[in-house]
Write a new protein. Structure first.
Length: 259
């Protein structure tokens, strides 16, 4: 089976390019499952119910997130009721939502999606490695296809997670930095890996924000309110082909799609 995994959706431009391109992308690659990181989908920071529903309606099956997921308080009730929206599994145990989705595709293939967050240069969380182990024990033999979104800043930490989970899951994909890396590969144990999927949003920007605002903050060193940029929207991510019998990845291909 083929799975499309989409990098951080940023604001209205990211949602627009997703809606405009996802159906044809699924048809082109004959993909039967889509995952997207949505923590920046509402005005560049956080998520609200209306935006979550819009992304699901565009054809996304499971939404992952990260450190900005609770930036908008409206998401709290939504994430408790919407099982297809995940937050990192290594958050505090009583945090709203969950870090695992387990279900099946239209063809009946059992799929699990795990969302974890790194700890280097990130807000405090529990250990992502132990959280992944715990969820893999919970999944057991209920899914052969297992996708992990590791939302983290440090390249080394993402690579360590990928190597740690090699042979235990189908794919480990990094999110958070909004810059797509060119290191897509299949690790020795059969796990697909990429350090960062990239961003689905406006590329005439600094990681999705209006460039002059970011430059001003760097140059002057003063706080400034950021706004999502609007030009040159692109969808970035990967498509992975997985042998559902073994759970191993057969191929991984980077995606860079213009609206």
């Amino acid at each position: 089976m083929k799975v499309i995994i989409i990098g951080d959706i940023v604001g209205k431009p990211g949602r627009a390019v997703l809606t405009a391109t996802l159906k044809s992308l699924k048809d082109q690659h004959e993909a039967e499952f889509v995952i997207a990181n949505v923590e920046n989908a509402a005005e560049g920071a956080g998520l609200i119910p209306k935006v979550g529903d819009e992304i699901l309606a565009a054809g996304v099956d499971v939404m992952t997130s990260g450190n900005h997921i609770f930036d908008k308080k409206e998401v709290i009730g939504y994430i408790e009721k919407q099982p297809r929206l995940l937050r990192p599994a290594n958050y505090a145990p009583d945090a709203p939502g969950r870090g695992l989705w387990l279900g099946s595709t239209t063809s009946g293939t059992q799929v699990a999606v795990i969302n974890i967050q790194g700890r280097i240069f990130m807000p405090p969380t529990d250990c992502p490695f132990r959280a992944a182990d715990r969820l893999l024990t919970e999944i057991g033999n209920r899914a052969s296809v297992i996708i992990v979104d590791v939302h983290a800043e440090a390249t080394s930490e993402k690579q360590a997670v990928g190597r740690y989970l090699d042979g235990k899951v189908s794919a480990v994909v990094g999110t958070h930095t909004h810059v797509q890396t060119a290191d897509e590969q299949i690790l020795p144990g059969g796990t697909a890996y990429i350090t960062d999927l990239g961003m689905t949003g406006p590329y005439d920007s600094v990681i999705g924000v209006e460039s002059q605002l970011v430059i001003s903050r760097f140059v002057r060193g003063l706080p400034i309110r950021y706004h999502t940029a609007s030009e040159n929207a692109r969808l970035h991510g990967v498509v992975v082909e997985i042998d559902e019998r073994t759970g191993h990845t057969v191929s991984i291909q980077r995606l860079q799609i213009k609206e």
